[in-house]
Design a protein around this ligand. Structure first.
Ligand code: SF4
Ligand code: SF4
Length: 384
């Protein structure tokens, strides 16, 4: 892998930690897994001086503290949470797991606040819940348009940084190409970008945006690496087969091919996922992985919105299509029903009350093949 500056051999046998070597080993009983030596890889996170492991840990859906602890024991050093995850409870669990190992870890959290005052309350709450004096990275969460980078939110970040509550400042986005120039213009303020990045997206546009940001000295962290969440791979018989064949691992390896991606935060919820993701440290992306991903994409394309926003503003009834489909993905892909519903219920009543089943024909033709009206109807039935 390019861009990696250091490696250390991690003697798993000494720590009694199994790592799978063959493509199906993570599905074998624990006793049958091969003990071996694995190398962790690190990449410099832009200009921050931090060196995260190339595979980090997205904590959004994990509720088992021992899973987080084990990842840290294995050497994964980058952990991502947010004030909003699990109705505010995720930070507390992550903090309980990682506080004893805090010194060697990079901890990131986020705020979805729209005001300076609320953002500053959020960072104080985040630190209290994590049980920590500071976080390494504090993101403004889900900023998809330049106008979302409001001065008062940037001011809140600076206040928190000056107070020693955060070390580096970040922004998370599902729309990097739309926002990257604005972030680069503020590169004296921002240190890192957390961006959606996976094999389903327009690779040319994404790679160009990521390349520009990396060139400007910004650290790049990839989220939604597994396109819609681990559970999307398990839908139906074909999906289950794809999961077994390693679609999730292939997706992670696809992201790591890009040397401008400095770390990744695949969502991890159990020990098997840790074992599987650990293999991405050592294995390269292969033709066989590409075949698996192509088949996987065919399977979930009608279900999964890649949030390209090409349909933005095209629903005559004003539905924010990509947002509602994302809420559905929280529920179906990540098993986070409450997060999905909470977001849906925060929409204005006139939007919440729209029913796609009352349209004779949907005006939105998704260029990526998502069955928009059908999927939105599922979300409306589920959340309203
Ligand atoms: S529904 Fe289709 S066009 Fe609309 S944001 Fe999703 S992938 Fe893009
Ligand atoms: S079916 Fe739904 S998304 Fe399509 S036009 Fe009607 S209200 Fe809008």
């Amino acid at each position: 892998m390019n861009g990696e500056t250091s490696r250390r051999n991690f003697l798993l046998s000494g720590l009694a930690i199994p790592v799978a070597l063959n493509s199906n080993a993570s599905f074998l009983p624990q006793a049958e897994k091969t003990k071996a030596t694995a190398a962790l890889t690190y990449r410099p996170l832009g200009k921050t001086g931090l060196k995260p492991t190339s595979v980090g840990f997205g904590c959004m859906n994990v509720s088992d503290k021992s899973v987080v602890e084990r990842a840290a024991d294995l050497g994964i050093n980058y952990f991502d949470t947010a004030r909003v995850y699990q109705q505010g409870n995720n930070e507390r669990m992550v903090g309980a797991a990682l506080k004893p190992k805090r010194k060697n870890l990079i901890i990131a959290t986020k705020t979805m606040s729209q005001t300076k005052e609320e953002a500053l309350q959020h960072i104080d709450t985040s630190l209290k819940e994590l049980g920590m004096d500071y976080v390494d990275i504090w993101h403004l969460h889900m900023k998809d348009k330049p106008a979302d980078l409001k001065d008062e939110l940037l001011e809140a970040q600076q206040i928190a940084k000056k107070a020693g509550k955060v070390r580096f400042l970040g922004v998370s986005t599902h729309q990097l190409p739309a926002i990257v120039d604005a972030v680069i213009q503020k590169a004296a303020h921002f240190d890192v970008i957390l961006t959606q990045y996976n094999f389903s997206m327009d690779a040319a546009a994404m790679d160009a945006a990521i390349g520009s940001a990396a060139k400007a000295g910004l650290g790049i962290i990839a989220m939604k690496t597994m396109m819609g969440g681990p559970r999307m791979a398990g839908r139906g018989a074909q999906g289950a087969a794809l999961k077994k064949e390693g679609a999730m691992l292939a997706a992670l390896k696809w992201v790591l091919k890009n040397p401008n991606v400095h770390t990744t935060i695949p969502g991890i919820t159990d020990m098997d996922q840790i074992d599987e993701d650990m293999r991405a440290f050592a294995e390269s992306f292969t033709d066989s992985d590409q075949k698996i991903l192509t088949a996987h994409l065919r399977e979930i394309r009608p279900l999964y919105c890649s949030m390209c926003y090409k349909c933005e503003g095209k629903c005559p009834k004003g539905l924010p299509v990509a947002d509602v489909l994302r809420y559905l993905a929280y529920a179906e892909g990540y098993g986070e029903f409450q997060l999905g519903r909470q977001n849906f219920l925060s929409l204005p009543a006139e939007t919440r009350n729209v029913r796609c089943t009352s349209c004779t024909e949907c005006t939105i033709k998704c260029p990526n093949g998502v069955r928009v009206a059908q999927r939105l109807a599922v979300a409306q039935e589920l959340f309203a």
